[in-house]
Ligand binder design. Sequence first.
Ligand code: NAD
Ligand code: ZN
Length: 336
Amino acid sequence: SPADSCAVVADEMTASLFGGSLGSVCQPFLLPRGEEGKTLSSVAKIYSFLGEHSVDRSGTLLALGGGAVGDAAGFAAATWLRGIRLVQCPTTLLAQVDSSIGGKTGVNLPEGKNLVGAFHPAEWVFADIDCLASQKDEDFRQGLAEVVKYGAGEDWGFFSWLEENALGILRRSPSLLEEVVGRCAGMKLAVAARDERERRGVRARLNLGHTVGHALEAAGGYETWKHGDGVAAGMMVVFRLACRLGELDEGHITRLERLLKSFGLPTRPDRPWNEIVPFLLRDKKNLRGSLRLVIPRRGTSCELRRDISLPLLREAYEKTALKGEGTPCALDGKPL
Ligand SMILES: NC(=O)c1ccc[n+]([C@@H]2O[C@H](COP(=O)([O-])OP(=O)(O)OC[C@H]3O[C@@H](n4cnc5c(N)ncnc54)[C@H](O)[C@@H]3O)[C@@H](O)[C@H]2O)c1
Ligand SMILES: [Zn+2]
């Protein structure tokens, strides 16, 4: 209702690009861009802003930006007055296909990423694919890695559709992007709805490629590779592993490699196995000798397994590291 209070949180970039459409009524609170904005001190500043604007229990917080804005503002909405209504307006491909849906919000601590958070689903998500036209290639590519994940992990028909339309998607054809966002958002919603709090192992399926991907990101100090780059190489490793387990064929590896390459994503790890092991084992879930890993399967959705040994993963990792492209590159092979 017009009488209800509303506050907008954006970052410096998204406010300047899209803030105009909010009109003069709503001056957004500005977070620093990216991970710098995903901190407890930023959230404390959002609380002050909500207080100044007298946002009460019937109020709404609207997050206008990528995943970093959505996560930090979402956490503020989850905790302000024990939770107020959240509306997400995701402006990056990653946020539109992934982070704005499913209710996970949170911030980073010096001890690690996403360590503090809350489940607080948005009441509305407004994803406008026109926003994606201004994304930097490097950022757009991070979202494409998650898009490939939905194909490889949830829907092989969608994977084939991506193969057929890779060039048009890379060129950001609006009609293709509409389909990409619609289909991926639908898959995220369907999986998250079956396991809202990630307790049944269903939602963990969305982590295809992420165990190795997170370790690669962390081993590079979050400076060499971004999330999607790590996930892309991580998917190549679990495809190799799935082949060894008889769940996939060599042909699947070739198809994934071709698709990732056409999206400018890396297809092999950028560092030796011994550099990532400490980060794999840092994850407490992996401590007892066998790993929790999401394994793709031919013709059906992927599966969370708890019986994969470290040596088996190492074998697949090292085999993948010998092949493929180690650095992200454009379609013409030039560095992005
Ligand atoms: N909550 C979840 O379920 C979930 C899932 C996946 C990822 N995440 C989180 O999402 C974050 C990454 O999200 P992201 O990739 O959207 O990054 P981001 O929010 O950091 O945005 C990347 C950059 O793009 C700029 N930007 C945003 N929209 C733009 C546009 N339309 N045009 C031009 N520039 C634009 C931003 O200012 C920023 O500098 C990470 O913090 C990650 O942990 C959360
Ligand atoms: Zn991810």
